[in-house]
Write a protein that binds this ligand. Structure first.
Ligand code: AVJ
Ligand code: FE
Length: 434
C-alpha cells in the first residue's frame, strides 16, 4: 500500500470493498427472508441488522464524512448504532426489511464509490492512503465474520458450501519452539490501514519462552475432556469455574458425546470431531484451564506477536509470519475459502522464521492479555472503535480465523472479546517460561 499511486490505491480499495460486499451478499442471500429477520441466538443480531449496519457505517464515514455529501437516511442512524441497542434487543426494532436493506446498502455503495473516484489519497487521518475506505472494508469483513458465526448458530440444513482445507503438508512438527529473550518492535506506525489499537510501534522486551508450534488440536483437547478436566476445580480460575458450573459446560461448544464417540455440528453438518484440526469454540476460561492442566499457560500478547513477527536474522518485525507479502492461499486459511480450520501442518509456507505454524488463520487465538492501549495510543477516528473496550473485561485474541478476510488481519491486528464467549471461531496455543 505504501508504494501505490493514488490511482492504484483507489483501485485497491474498490477491489477490497467489492470482495467484502460479495461476501456479505453471499451470507445474506444464502437464507430466506424469514431467516434473515430472525434471531438465531441472543448473542447475535438478526442478519438483516448486520447488513443494514454495514451500509449505515459506510454512509456515515465515506458518504457523509469523507465525501461531505448529504445524508441518505438520517432517520435510521439510531437503529443501526451498535451502542444504542444491545444485540438481544435488535429483532424488536423497526428495522429495514430484507429488500429495503439490500436496496439501502447498494445505494450507499454507489455513492461511496463515487466519493472514492475523487477522494484524496494523501493527507492526514481519514484520507491518508485511503484509510477510511480500508477501515470500512475491515468493518464489513468483521461483520461478515460475525454473520458467519450467526450461520454456525442457526439450526437447520446446511446452506453454506466450500471445499475442504488442505491436508497436513509437512513432516510431524516439534511440540514447541524457543523464542529467545530480547526486545522487538510491537505494533505499527507504518501500516496504512492499521486501526488505532495497533498503533504506535513501540519496543517491548520479552523474556525467553517456549510456544506451541501449532494451535492445540481437538485430539489434545479431548485428552483434557476425557481425563475429567471439566470436573476438576484446580485447573480453573474462580470465575471460570463458576461459569462452567452455572452453565453446565463440559466440552467445547457444538460438541456432543455419543455412544459412537465425539461429534460436532458445523454449519448444519454433524460429523466426528476431527483429531488434527485446531480446537475451536472454546472460551478464554476453557483455554486457560487446558493450559494449566498441560503444565503450561496462555501466551501474553507481546509473546504472541513476537513469535509471529520477529525475524532473528535481521532483528526486524515482519508484517506477517512469512514476510511482508499479503496473505495468499498458500500462507494461511483465511477468507471463508473453507468452512473449517485446516489440520495442523497444512501451511508450511505460512510459518514464522522461528518455525511457528498457523499463527494467521484457522482459529483466533486467546492470549492472557487484557485489551488496552499501547504507549502513546490515541483514539482514531472514534473512541467507540477501541478505547471504550479497554480494561480487564476483554481479553485479546490474535491471528484471525478461517472466517476472517485477509483485509481484516495482520501480524499486528488485535481482536477482543469477553472471556466467556464461545460462538466466535476461537482456539488457542500454549506457552511456558524457558
Ligand atoms: C473487533 C470484532 C470486537 O465486532 O464488535 C464491528 C469489530 N467494531 N463494528 C466487533 C467492530 C464495530 C468488533 N471486534
Ligand atoms: Fe459494526
Amino acid at each position: 500500500l505504501l508504494d501505490l499511486t493514488a490511482e492504484q490505491l483507489r483501485a485497491y480499495a474498490a477491489a477490497a470493498m467489492d470482495r467484502a460486499r460479495r461476501r456479505s451478499r453471499g451470507l445474506t442471500d444464502a437464507v430466506d427472508d424469514s431467516d434473515l429477520v430472525r434471531q438465531h441466538s441472543r448473542l447475535m443480531s438478526p442478519l438483516v441488522w448486520d447488513l443494514a449496519h454495514i451500509g449505515s457505517q459506510e454512509e456515515l464515514w465515506l458518504v457523509r464524512d469523507v465525501g461531505g455529501r448529504p445524508p441518505l437516511r438520517p432517520d435510521i442512524d439510531e437503529l443501526y448504532d451498535a451502542f444504542k441497542h444491545a444485540r438481544a434487543d435488535r429483532p424488536a426494532l423497526p428495522l429495514l426489511g430484507p429488500a429495503e436493506a439490500r436496496a439501502y446498502v447498494a445505494e450507499v455503495r454507489g455513492k461511496a464509490l463515487d466519493v472514492l473516484d475523487t477522494a484524496p489519497m494523501r493527507g492526514q487521518g481519514l484520507t491518508d492512503h485511503g484509510f477510511a475506505f480500508g477501515m470500512i472494508t475491515q468493518h464489513e469483513q468483521q461483520h461478515a465474520e460475525t454473520m458467519l458465526a450467526t450461520h454456525q448458530l442457526r439450526g437447520g440444513e446446511p446452506v453454506l458450501h466450500a471445499p475442504p482445507p488442505p491436508e497436513r503438508r509437512c513432516a510431524p512438527l516439534p511440540e514447541e519452539v524457543l523464542v529467545p529473550a530480547g526486545e522487538f518492535l510491537m505494533g505499527t506506525s507504518a501500516e496504512p490501514w492499521a486501526l488505532d489499537n495497533e498503533r504506535p510501534a513501540h519496543v517491548v522486551d520479552v523474556g525467553a519462552f517456549l510456544l506451541d508450534t501449532t494451535p492445540v488440536t481437538n485430539a489434545a483437547y479431548l485428552e483434557f475432556v476425557e481425563s475429567g478436566g471439566y470436573a476438576e476445580r484446580r485447573w480453573w480460575s474462580t470465575v471460570g469455574w463458576e461459569h462452567i458450573q452455572q452453565h453446565g459446560i463440559t466440552a467445547p461448544r457444538f460438541w456432543r458425546r455419543e455412544a459412537t464417540g465425539w461429534w460436532r455440528t458445523r454449519f448444519g453438518v454433524t460429523e466426528p470431531v476431527p483429531a488434527h484440526e485446531p480446537v475451536a469454540h472454546v472460551s478464554y476460561h476453557e483455554a486457560a484451564a487446558y493450559a494449566a492442566w498441560a503444565g503450561k499457560r496462555l501466551p501474553t500478547e507481546p509473546e504472541w506477536e513476537k513469535a509471529a513477527r520477529f525475524d532473528p536474522a535481521t532483528g526486524r518485525s515482519r508484517r506477517f509470519p512469512w514476510g511482508d507479502e499479503d496473505p495468499g492461499p498458500e500462507h494461511a486459511n483465511l477468507g471463508q475459502r473453507h468452512l473449517r480450520p485446516a489440520p495442523v501442518g497444512a501451511y508450511p509456507r505460512g510459518s514464522s522464521p522461528l518455525g511457528v505454524h498457523q499463527l494467521i488463520g484457522d482459529v483466533w487465538e486467546w492470549t492472557s492479555s487484557d485489551f488496552g492501549g499501547y504507549p502513546g495510543f490515541s483514539a482514531f477516528p472514534y473512541r467507540e472503535y477501541s478505547e471504550v473496550f479497554f480494561g480487564a473485561a476483554h481479553k485479546v485474541l490474535r491471528g484471525g480465523s478461517f472466517g476472517t478476510d485477509a483485509a481484516a488481519v495482520r501480524g499486528t491486528f488485535r481482536n477482543w472479546d469477553y472471556p466467556i464467549r464461545r460462538q466466535i471461531f476461537a482456539g488457542f496455543r500454549c506457552a511456558r517460561d524457558a
